[in-house]
Design a protein around this ligand. Structure first.
Ligand SMILES: [Zn+2]
Length: 366
């Protein structure tokens, strides 16, 4: 404990050392969309390969394009980006490059959303996309040792009937790369209720359950994900604090929240990092996890997410460690794997603290 406290004080003084330490800590990502995480250079290459776009002649242009007025503008740009993904095999490369970039940030394990239904108008098929994503992730595992599982986003806007067809299409890949289902998309226009039967069936088949809720819509949407869909985790859950009863239920049940702070600020759910309720939830004993959602689209990384918790919201290093362990606990990994992963995390944390407490002493001695 002394080590943590001493170090965290130094961290605030030595921004550079804190960046290095946070970039090296072991991490988990439970809420990341593959198509929102395509490294900028990979996305730029893809745009060029498909004949280019009038307003995009450099990486800078592309970066500029990825800024949003609000959530619906974000969805508009998201859809624009998708038009450059035109073949199923693109997904192998996308997945591989996403995982490569995450492994550089010391992400050990990822549960990634992918939304194959977005590409049907380009004539792509759900099973083939799934196969190429699995190929990409297996290649990344053998090259970089990063583990991952897939969660298919059934997309609220497409309705439960289409969702059921997609569930049938991915069922052959359950436990062979695919682990769960989720619903993203327009939360306010398409509430969770009509998805009840679909979720029940998915659970019966052995899929793990999550849903985006409490991001754009309020507590009613979170309650629906819990009560109607029986979700095991909540995607975002950011607006839970508008309902005190919900907050105490989340505390008691320890249903994990897949929180994505930068994403919420960029889509104007909250005005600033400082006004985000993640610290309030953490202090109140809710099961909070830290995630990057669409890192490329929001110009962030999982490292950046942790750093701003320290710099803007006064999370201590002890808290940061706990949050990384929450990621393991809240994941859909089997129990034995969780235990092993936890052991590995403790080991890596110890090594890093030793490494950086020594280097900090050197800095402050000068
Ligand atoms: Zn999301």
């Amino acid at each position: 404990m002394v080590k943590y406290n001493a170090y965290v004080e130094e961290m605030h003084k030595h921004a550079e050392a804190s960046i290095r330490l946070i970039s090296e800590i072991p991490k988990i990502e439970l809420h990341l969309h593959l198509e929102g995480a395509i490294p900028l250079s990979t996305l730029f290459d893809l745009i060029k390969k498909r004949g280019g776009a009038p307003s995009i002649s450099s990486l800078e242009d592309l970066k500029k394009k990825l800024t949003y007025r609000d959530f619906s503008h974000f969805i508009e740009v998201w859809t624009w980006k998708n038009t450059f993904i035109q073949e199923e095999r693109d997904f192998e490369e996308i997945t591989y490059h996403v995982l490569r970039s995450l492994s550089k940030l010391n992400v050990k394990y990822l549960e990634a959303f992918y939304s194959p239904g977005d590409y049907l108008r380009q004539g792509l098929s759900v099973p083939k996309i799934t196969e190429y994503v699995i190929k990409g992730k297996e290649k990344a595992y053998s090259d970089f040792g990063i583990r991952s599982e897939l969660i298919i986003d059934l997309i609220r806007d497409h309705g439960p009937k289409v969702g059921m067809q997609r569930l049938d299409e991915v069922t052959p890949y359950l436990h062979k790369g695919v682990i769960g289902i989720g619903i993203g998309g327009s939360e306010q226009t398409f509430p969770a209720g009509p998805y009840r039967d679909l979720y029940r069936e998915a659970r019966r088949r052995g899929f793990r359950l999550t849903a985006h809720a409490g991001e754009v819509a309020g507590p009613v949407s979170i309650w629906a994900a819990i009560r109607k869909l029986k979700c095991e985790r909540i995607g975002h859950g950011a607006r839970a604090n508008e309902d005190l009863q919900l907050l105490s239920f989340l505390k008691k049940s320890q249903i994990p929240l897949e929180m994505c702070v930068t994403s919420n600020v960029k889509t104007n759910v909250f005005k600033s990092i400082k006004s985000h309720p993640i610290k309030q939830y953490y202090n109140n004993g809710l099961m909070v996890t830290v995630n990057s959602d669409d890192p490329t689209m929001f110009n962030t990384t999982i490292t950046q997410e942790y750093l701003q918790l320290v710099n803007e919201l006064n999370f201590s290093l002890q808290d940061i460690k706990q949050l990384t362990l929450n990621g393991i606990e809240a994941s859909f990994m089997p129990y034995e794997m969780k235990e092993k992963m936890e052991h590995k995390f403790h080991e890596e944390w110890e090594k890093l603290l030793d490494k950086y407490s020594n280097s900090t002493v050197t800095v402050s001695d000068k």
